[in-house]
Design a protein around this ligand. Sequence first.
Ligand SMILES: [Fe+2]
Length: 392
Amino acid sequence: MTTTAQESAVTSFTPAELYQRILHNLPTFILDVRNEEEAGRSPIEGHKQLTSINIPYFAFLEDEDGCAAQLPPEREILVVCAKEGSSHYVATLLAERGYTTRYLEGGYLSYGNFYDLRDVVNATWGRIVQIARPARGDLSFAILSGGKAALIDPLRHTHIYTDLIAQAGAQLTHIFDTHVHADHISGGPALAQETGATYYVHAYDAIHPIDMLPARIDYTHTQEGDRFQIGEVTVTTRWFPGHTLGQVNYRVDAPDGTSALFTGDGIFLRSFGRPDLGGKGEAWTPILYRSLTERLPTMVDDTTLILPAHFSTLDEGGSTGIFAATYAEVKAGNDALHARSEAEFTSYVLEHLPVFPAEYVEIKRVNIGLSTPCDGQANELELGKNICALAK
Ligand SMILES: [Fe+2]
């Protein structure tokens, strides 16, 4: 087929459009032209209507005809690469062959760093906003009430949070990390430096569990029972050791009776945080068992909203994109809360641990100030989805 340059010019699609298509299960055909290893490490995941195939860019260079023949001519082909350049090239080539095609703006890198904001609660006393990084399965939250703001588990791109808080006309006063994360770089210490708000983490997590070196960041220790006032709501720290020794949950109580528990990597909606990322799985698994069975029921009632720091699959949020459920719903759908003995739980956990990503040791160093990556290194450390939950 012969076309003019203008006819073959291709347009792009944004990470936001991609996420909307995935969330609402719209028929979507992805051609991923990254190399096999990269595409395998950070695949684009979605519901049933998402089809994704991987044909590396270099294969198109070697055999254009053979590669193009693998694509359905009746579908729109959405081309994805690492940083945009090769997907633009392949999309142009396919357009010249008569395909309807677009390429992802900024490549997978921009999808990996894309944030999605949604209100979980919007009431007379204020809001709880979910700030998700969907490609990684990372969730963080803002509490906005009475002109004040608090953040829970903020992620690395701090402007997302400062923009949200500025738009709400609020002042950031408290930054809470549920624990020192291993899978992603926290935005907490940087936000504290930038805004003057206090950064809270439990002191047990302010030491590297493998290097045994103390933190070189400014933090304030928070422990069981600490209470904080954010506008009209109170936040209470509840110790929940297991995923890390210093993992805490934060319980929010609002004047209308609404309660929520930010559970970090303690309990997720359908799973729970693996206890081996500090290199001490055998010792920490029984501790996690007691947190799940004895401590958690003292922190919630059936209507308390559970707000975790990760999701494993998009199904957990349905089409709403809000990854929240009441404790009653979590109890019904989460195996971890169904009765079994400590011995059964421990052997189950230790037999089902997923791979331990080597980057996680370094990310913990970054999060307590023992190492400072540049932006490119940070992107590399965080590539792909979190592996914080126990594998099914
Ligand atoms: Fe974690």
